[in-house]
Design a protein around this ligand. Structure first.
Ligand SMILES: Cc1ncc(COP(=O)(O)O)c(C=O)c1O
Length: 457
């Protein structure tokens, strides 16, 4: 065991300390690489160090450097190192946290994490939640809870409301939860990509009039496309008036509630019935760490609790929770430790400061890009996500060429999307490893890539 740990420690430290020098993406042909890794199950073992070589030398270099400082694509992840240590501990001890009685103290550590998250979003007594594998599963769990609470078993005529900017996992989850895609209304957004409340109100009235059963509004606290934050207070007022469940998808933006600017932008968040948070985004943790919070913990229980003779007695005191009673999973990893350890080690202020820095960096990049006459800021950062494009004729083509030329430099990795039918380049600053030096590099690369694209004509 020690020999394995020593070898792994060397490889990991070498890998992590060189993240900033590693290319932001890869140039190899992914299909060729993938095929070279295809193999049959071995009958005999292989020595450990050659397996490590295979992973670190052969496989890892052909990937986006998602843990590095230049990853400003999609929604960046993180990879705070103590979480990896926590996973090693959790997997090595391999205790069972699906039912409370199997490991009450370990379950309590995870419940502490959920309580901390509830406090971050402003939830009070009676609230609760569950750690999931990510935002998609959190959104699915929220829809299932809302369905059970507001529609009961006969939910065929239920209708839910999202905006045309809502993350696609919500539509996918709706179908997984038994609804047709046509039961998901995609309401238009305004010039800031926020849901249009007048259209939303009208759609609800129309559905009521047609005998359908509106039951759920999904608001966004930071959309993936442009970082837009819906007017959560107005959504909460409307949901209350119409007796609808309000779910807020804060997978990208939710943890900015730790900062003053973020919590001002997301005012009203605490009035949602459920909230998706993604620690593997806004808390910089490794992939596979999501959370769903609910204002009334009983809603999760009513949606998931069931019974079998061979199971141990479940807890009925709200202070003691059986995770299998409030979620779809029975056996699962001890994912709470992956959050508990770094938060205890660094304290929440460290995360707050890092998030504040991301807000500053996005604002700084916006100001820099605004000074480049050939570029136009398309969406300002509400949080830490902005987008821009090339001005003039053939702007889509030029903007695509610009994105390609920026990424070819391999210092940063950016992605594109469509805003109002036009192609834009996005910058999402959310890695705890991204600091001013990398943002300067990013702006330099944008300038150089633009000169190159313009010279090509
Ligand atoms: C706003 C939003 N919601 C949901 C998701 C889905 O989260 P996950 O990828 O963790 O399943 C994402 C992912 O980027 C997101 O940005």
């Amino acid at each position: 065991m020690r020999a394995m740990l020593d070898q792994v420690a060397n490889r990991i430290v070498e890998h992590i300390t060189s993240l900033g020098d590693q290319p932001a993406s890869y140039e190899s042909d992914g299909r060729v690489v993938a095929q070279s890794f295809s193999e049959t199950a071995p009958s005999e073992g292989t020595d450990f160090s050659s397996l490590l070589d295979r992973i670190f030398d052969d496989a890892v270099p052909h990937s986006f450097n998602t843990a590095g400082p230049g990853y400003l694509a999609y929604i960046p992840g993180g990879g705070v190192f103590p979480s990896a240590v926590a996973d090693l501990i959790a997997n090595a001890i391999n205790r069972y946290v699906g039912v409370w009685v199997a490991a009450p103290a370990l379950v309590q550590l995870e419940l502490n994490v959920i309580r901390w998250f509830c406090e971050i979003v402003g939830y009070g007594a009676g609230s609760g939640g569950v750690l999931t594998s990510g935002g998609s599963l959190s959104n699915l769990t929220a829809i299932v809870a809302a369905r059970r609470e507001r529609l009961g078993d006969d939910f065929g005529s239920g209708v839910m409301y999202t905006s045309d900017q809502t993350h696609h996992s919500v539509r996918k989850s709706a179908v997984l939860a038994g609804f047709t895609e046509s039961a998901v209304r995609q309401i238009e957004t305004n010039e800031h990509q926020e849901i249009r409340l007048d259209h939303l109100g009208a759609a609800i009235a129309e559905d009521h009039a047609a005998g359908r059963r509106p039951f759920l509004i999904v608001g966004s606290a930071g959309t993936t496309n442009t970082g837009a934050v819906d007017d959560l207070t107005a959504l909460a007022d409307l949901a209350e008036r119409e007796r609808l469940w309000l779910h807020v998808d804060g997978a990208y933006g939710g943890f900015f509630a730790l900062t003053q600017r973020g919590s001002a932008a997301m005012a009203g968040l605490e009035r949602a019935d459920s909230i998706t948070l993604d620690p593997h985004k806004g808390l910089f943790l490794p992939y596979g760490t999501g959370a769903l919070l609910v204002r009334d913990e009983g809603s999760l229980r009513r949606a998931h609790a069931t019974f079998a003779d061979y199971m141990p007695t479940m807890q009925h005191d709200l202070d003691f929770v059986d995770f299998c009673d409030i979620s779809a999973e029975l056996s699962r990893d001890f994912r709470g430790l992956r959050i508990w350890l770094p938060v205890k080690l660094f304290g929440l202020d460290a995360f707050r400061e890092a998030l504040d820095e991301k807000l500053d960096l996005a604002r700084w990049a916006t100001d820099q890009i605004r000074e480049i006459p050939e570029l136009e800021i398309v969406t300002e950062p509400r949080l830490s996500l902005l987008s821009f494009r090339v001005r003039g004729d053939h702007e889509d083509e030029a903007t695509r060429a610009l994105l390609h030329a920026i990424n070819a430099r391999q210092n940063v990795y950016l992605t594109g999307t469509m805003v109002d039918g036009r192609f834009v380049v996005r910058i999402c600053v959310l890695s705890f490893r991204t600091h001013m030096d990398r943002m300067e590099m990013c702006v330099q690369d944008i300038r150089a890539a633009l000169a190159e694209v313009l010279a090509r004509g």
